[in-house]
Design a protein around this ligand. Structure first.
Ligand SMILES: NC(=O)C1=CN([C@@H]2O[C@H](COP(=O)(O)OP(=O)(O)OC[C@H]3O[C@@H](n4cnc5c(N)ncnc54)[C@H](O)[C@@H]3O)[C@@H](O)[C@H]2O)C=CC1
Ligand SMILES: O=C(O)C1=N[C@H](C(=O)O)C[C@H](O)C1
Length: 252
């Protein structure tokens, strides 16, 4: 029998971390060996014999946590936001010196969300205009969401590859922020509202028609199959994978 994956969860007292602790504990092929909150020494992960680390902390902590994991030969599955291009490049450079170690940075672990972003990228070349609205609970510390940034990047790359220009926009006068954030030429609008969990709409507009691709996470349980898939797959994918779609066969 294959021995269970020895998993440490960082951010274990947070909304996502607490859910991940439950999911890992319930998985028959995994053993939860450490569950750390803010201020607890990372060395405890090593003392516990972890081979895999899940990071669900905050943008200010995640980079140091993941670097620690890689430097100690642990595979890492990362859901925390804040991994911009510079941070990903620095991590990829570090991983080059640790060729057997894998890191997954997943802006969104929900399968439906990953599919929605992929569908949006596929549709994007056929529409004049594309904008994104992301809607989250008001305790979220970052905006726009990591998922919206990733979706905008995918949409932008797909449009560039097809030679489609940025959508028309005649705005000459606007209050700051009224047109949202510009992510690779795609406007992203962030809503924060009590009662929401994590939601996104990609609006695609052409003459006389609109396609809306919407995904809703009503519960953080929606993210757990992706966390477990990431843990089961990460060792077989050395180096840095950005997006859970890297482990899925979306074109099959
Ligand atoms: N990829 C995905 O599918 C998802 C990603 N997220 C992202 O995950 C992150 C966490 O989200 P939430 O759980 O909602 O936030 P949260 O604020 O509820 O939890 C974060 C926890 O991390 C702890 N923490 C901070 N620094 C730490 C450190 N160095 N070591 C250990 N613990 C530390 C905090 O004390 C807190 O308990 C955010 O960046 C969020 O955007 C959230 C939901 C889904
Ligand atoms: O903070 C959250 O809640 C979420 N964060 C991730 C993001 O920023 O995209 C994933 C999901 O949207 C929930």
């Amino acid at each position: 029998m294959t021995p269970p994956l020895k998993v440490a969860v960082l951010g274990a007292r947070g909304r996502m971390g607490a859910e991940a602790v439950k999911a890992v504990t319930a998985a028959e092929d995994m053993e939860l060996v450490a569950a750390l909150g803010r201020g607890e020494a990372l060395e405890r992960v090593l003392e516990a014999g972890a081979t895999h680390l899940v990071d669900l902390t905050v943008p200010a902590s995640t980079e140091a946590n993941v670097r620690f994991a890689v430097e100690h030969g642990l595979h890492a599955v990362v859901g925390t936001t804040g991994w911009d291009e510079d941070r990903r490049a620095a991590l990829a450079a570090l991983l080059a010196g640790h060729p057997d170690t894998g890191v997954l940075i997943a802006p969104n672990f929900a399968l439906g969300s990953v599919l929605a972003s992929a569908f949006a990228a596929r549709a994007a070349r056929y529409f004049e205009s594309v904008e994104i609205i992301e809607l989250h609970h008001p305790d979220k510390v970052d905006a726009p969401s990591g998922t919206a940034v990733r979706t905008a990047q995918l949409v932008s790359a797909a449009r560039a590859a097809a030679g489609v220009p940025a959508g028309p926009d005649a705005t000459e006068h606007a209050l700051d922020g009224a047109r949202g954030a510009d992510v690779g030429g795609v406007r992203v609008h962030s809503v924060r509202l009590r009662g929401l969990v994590a939601h996104q709409e990609v609006l695609l507009g052409g003459p006389g028609e609109q396609l809306t691709i919407r995904h809703d996470s009503y519960d953080r349980a929606s993210f757990m199959p992706g966390v477990l898939l990431g843990l089961r797959s990460v060792a077989a994918h050395p180096g840095l994978t950005y997006g859970l779609d890297g482990y899925l066969e979306l074109n099959a």
